[in-house]
Design a protein around this ligand. Structure first.
Ligand SMILES: [Fe+2]
Ligand SMILES: [Fe+2]
Length: 387
C-alpha cells in the first residue's frame, strides 16, 4: 500500500468511527454525523478507484484491508472493537455505494445498535459473521474484556468533549470529570484486573485524552493498593485526569513537535504545571488535590525537576503516584507496539529511577500492579485465541 492510499484509508476509518461516536452521543440524523458520512463517502470512492471492492477482515484481533494489516491507532482500534462486538469478521464495500448505506453502517458501528440487533447486507455493503463456537469460559472472558474496553471508550468520548470545551471556552465541566472517574471506580470494583488491562492498549493517537485516561486508571490502581477508598479515591482520579490540563495552554506546535524541543520551547513546555495549577485554582468545584497534583507532578522525589520551589518541599502522595504513572505511560506510548519495552525492561528502568526521580515504596507497589496487569492481559489474549 503506498503512502497516499494508506492516508486515505486511515482518513476513511477515522471519519467512519468519529461519525459512529457522534451518532452514539447524539443521533444518526445529527448534522455532524451526516457531514462526516459524506466525507467518508468521498474517501471510500477514492479508494474504490484503486480497488474493485474494499474488503476489511478481522483476523487474530488485527484489521486487514485488502489482505494487508492496517497500522493500529485509536480509530482502527475502535473500528475493530465495534466489528468484534457485532461479531462481524468480514466487511465488503462495493463500487457505487450510496451515502445512505454508509450512514446505516455508521449506525451499526455506533452504540445505538445493540448486539442483539440483526446485521443485514445492503446493495453495496456486505457482512460476514463469525461462527460462534461455544467455549464458555474463554468466550465470557473475551466478551467481558470487550465490554470493558467499550466502557473506557464511552468515557473517552465524554472526556474529549470536556477537554474540547476547555480549549474553546476555557470553562471546565468538573461534574463531567467526576462522573467519568466514578464510573471508572465502579467498573474497577467489579472487573478489577480486566479493566486495568485496558490502560496500556491505548496508543499514540489523541495523546492528551488517552494519556489522562491512562494516568487516571494507573493512579486508581496504585491508590487502591494502598487501601484508599471513598472521596479521596475519587479526588485522586480527578487529579490524574487533570494533571496535564496546563498543556491546553501550550502551542500545539510545541506539544506535537517530533524530535527534541529547543531551549526556548522546553522552557515554555515546563510552564504547563504552573499554568494548569493556576487554571484549576480559578475553577470552582475542583478538588485542591487536583491543583496540587497539576503543580507538582514533574517534581522529582529527590527534589529536582520543575517547577522550582523553596526547599525543603513536601510533595503530596498523589503527585508521587502521578509521576510514577506518567513515567510508565511515557515508556509505553512513545514507542510502537513492536518496539515497546517488555515488562522486565520497564521494571528495570523504574527500579533504577526509584529513590531519585520516583518515590521508592510507591514504585515497588506500582510494579506489583504492573505484574497483575501483565497477567490479566495474557488471560485476555488467551481468551481471544480460544474463542
Ligand atoms: Fe505533565
Ligand atoms: Fe502527564
Amino acid at each position: 500500500m503506498n503512502a497516499g492510499e494508506e492516508k486515505s484509508l486511515q482518513l476513511f476509518i477515522r471519519l467512519l468511527t468519529t461519525a459512529a461516536t457522534n451518532a452514539s452521543l447524539y443521533a444518526l440524523e445529527h448534522l455532524q454525523v451526516q457531514r462526516l458520512c459524506r466525507q467518508a463517502l468521498q474517501e471510500a470512492n477514492h479508494l474504490l478507484g484503486l480497488h474493485e471492492t474494499l474488503t476489511f477482515k478481522v483476523i487474530d484481533g488485527r484489521l486487514i484491508f485488502v489482505n494487508q494489516p492496517v497500522a493500529v491507532n485509536l480509530a482502527v482500534q475502535r473500528l475493530l472493537r465495534a466489528l468484534q462486538l457485532k461479531g462481524i469478521s468480514h466487511l465488503q464495500i462495493e463500487s457505487g455505494v450510496y451515502a445512505e448505506e454508509l450512514i446505516a453502517l455508521v449506525g451499526l458501528l455506533s452504540k445505538r445498535h445493540s448486539q442483539q440487533q440483526q446485521v443485514s447486507d445492503s446493495e453495496h455493503i456486505k457482512f460476514g459473521k463469525v461462527v460462534v463456537r461455544h467455549r464458555e469460559s474463554g468466550q465470557l472472558a473475551e466478551s467481558a474484556f470487550l465490554q470493558l474496553a467499550q466502557i473506557a471508550d464511552d468515557e473517552l468520548d465524554k472526556f474529549m468533549e470536556i477537554y474540547d470545551s476547555v480549549r474553546t471556552n476555557k470553562q471546565l465541566n468538573i461534574t463531567g470529570i467526576n462522573e467519568i472517574v466514578n464510573s471508572f471506580i465502579n467498573s474497577f470494583s467489579s472487573q478489577s484486573d480486566a479493566f486495568l488491562a485496558i490502560a496500556p492498549l491505548r496508543s499514540m493517537d489523541e495523546y492528551t485524552y488517552t494519556h489522562s485516561t491512562n494516568i487516571c486508571l494507573l493512579n486508581l490502581a496504585q491508590a487502591r493498593l494502598l487501601g484508599i477508598e471513598g472521596p479521596l479515591l475519587t479526588d485522586i482520579g480527578i487529579a490524574a485526569m487533570l494533571h496535564d490540563v496546563g498543556k491546553m495552554f501550550i502551542s500545539p506546535n510545541i506539544l506535537g513537535k517530533r524530535g527534541a524541543l529547543d531551549d526556548e520551547e522546553w522552557e515554555i513546555m515546563q510552564q504547563h504545571p504552573v499554568l494548569g495549577a493556576e487554571y484549576l485554582l480559578n475553577t470552582p468545584g475542583v478538588p485542591r488535590l487536583a491543583v496540587i497534583t497539576a503543580f507538582e507532578h514533574h517534581m522529582r522525589f529527590d527534589g529536582a525537576g520543575y517547577p522550582k520551589t523553596r526547599r525543603p518541599w513536601q510533595q503530596n502522595l498523589c503527585s508521587y503516584m502521578t509521576a510514577i504513572s506518567d513515567t510508565y505511560d511515557a515508556m509505553r506510548t512513545h514507542r510502537s507496539y513492536e518496539e515497546s519495552l517488555s515488562l522486565k525492561e520497564i521494571t528495570d528502568v523504574m527500579l533504577k529511577l526509584s529513590g531519585s526521580k520516583l518515590h521508592p515504596q510507591l514504585t515497588y507497589g506500582f510494579l506489583q500492579v504492573l505484574n497483575r496487569l501483565d497477567k490479566s492481559r495474557a488471560t485476555a489474549k488467551q481468551a481471544s485465541k480460544i474463542s
